[in-house]
Design a protein around this ligand. Structure first.
Ligand SMILES: [Zn+2]
Length: 355
């Protein structure tokens, strides 16, 4: 057993109901309402198998029994592929109701969009614009669509740069804010009722893919709406980006995140979907190109892929992130660690003998 193993053991967080962030009144109330819906059976859970196709509970390691809001949910790490997923997810009806009624109240603490929220989305849109411009000739992009656009601030950044934009989301009140700002947004999923297949030069999914119940099927469907030789830009919270993004690693875990990814898995996934990977990093920003002759791939080929070395890396990294955080917030851990190291190296015995 190595040093890290002895210092930190899984699960890193128990279900104690404590949140990792300060919640406002709307959020506290919304969390109670959500948990009540689960307890009374209004919302139902179903088993959530890993995307790699290994459906063996013995390969799962329980990482956290709650999320950053203190909501009970079992986050497990698949030791075959290194994905972290929630062991049980809301069924499809409950998921749709959750995004319509609970999501923004819990996650943003406001059931309507504000100018500040819209502006923060716009800043992110400007960052995406600049990143994408570094890799492709963005002047060739005419139509831009965003799946899960919220109030549409990201799209607005593209609109201001002269592109023709549209988007969809579940949250009606957030969409209404975007429409007031002149954006073309519709409620629901990306569908042929509102958007033609092969009509978009660029589709954006910003922090959306981790929310999908069946990401592979959803991504294949979304790709159908991209023009041949068009692009898909995806950003998800990368597992290995935790120390950069969050002071407390528990902040990474969210009950709405069905799957959590690392770059290696995503690259393999998109390649097997027949897409060309133009950009990929551990922030998990990916730019993908749809080839001229793209056809619906056989996803079965992908399901057998193994990334066990990545899984080992995730297992060790999470413990490191946890320990680094504990050392920062709780100096007594330093003393325990120091004492442990003294014992481990045998120095403590030498000191004791001398006494
Ligand atoms: Zn897996």
């Amino acid at each position: 057993m190595d040093l890290l193993e002895q210092l930190v053991s899984y699960p890193l967080w128990d279900d104690d109901g404590k949140a990792a962030l300060k919640l406002n009144k709307t959020q506290r109330e919304a969390i109670k309402v959500f948990i009540n819906k689960v307890n009374t059976g209004t919302y139902k859970y179903v088993k959530n198998p890993c995307l790699c196709g290994i459906d063996d509970e013995f390969t799962d390691v329980l990482i956290a029994q709650k999320d950053r809001y203190g909501i009970p949910c079992k986050n497990v790490l698949c030791m075959n592929c290194g994905l972290i997923r929630i062991k049980d997810r809301l069924d499809d009806d409950s998921t749709a109701a959750f995004y319509k009624n609970d999501y923004r109240n819990i996650y943003v603490g406001l059931d309507i969009a504000t100018q500040d929220f819209f502006n923060s989305q716009m800043r992110r849109g400007e960052q995406f614009y600049s990143l994408i411009s570094q890799h492709i000739n963005i002047s060739q992009i005419k139509t831009v669509f965003e799946v899960g656009c919220g109030a549409g601030g990201i799209l607005n950044a593209f609109k201001q740069a002269g592109h023709l934009v549209s988007g969809c989301d579940f949250g009606e009140k957030y969409l209404a804010f975007g429409r007031l700002n002149g954006l073309t947004l519709y409620q629901g999923e990306l569908s042929t009722q509102n958007t033609a297949e092969q009509s978009q030069d660029l589709i954006i999914l910003s922090h959306v893919m981790e929310h999908f119940n069946t990401p592979i099927e959803s991504l294949i469907n979304i790709t159908k709406f991209i023009k041949p030789e068009g692009y898909l830009f995806i950003e998800v919270p990368g597992i290995f980006n935790i120390p950069k993004a969050y002071e407390n690693p528990l902040m990474y875990f969210q009950n709405a995140h069905v799957y959590n990814f690392h770059a290696n898995f995503l690259k393999t996934l998109f390649k097997s979907m027949g897409l060309e990977v133009i950009l990929s990093n551990e922030t998990c920003s990916l730019l993908l190109k749809k080839p001229k002759d793209w056809s619906v791939p056989n996803i079965g080929r992908f399901l057998k892929a193994s990334h066990s070395s990545c899984a080992e890396k995730v297992a060790i990294s999470l413990k490191k992130y946890y320990l680094q955080h504990m050392l920062k917030i709780n100096p007594t851990v330093y003393r325990k660690l120091f004492s442990f190291l003294l014992r481990k190296t045998g120095i403590k015995d030498i000191i004791s003998t001398k006494k």
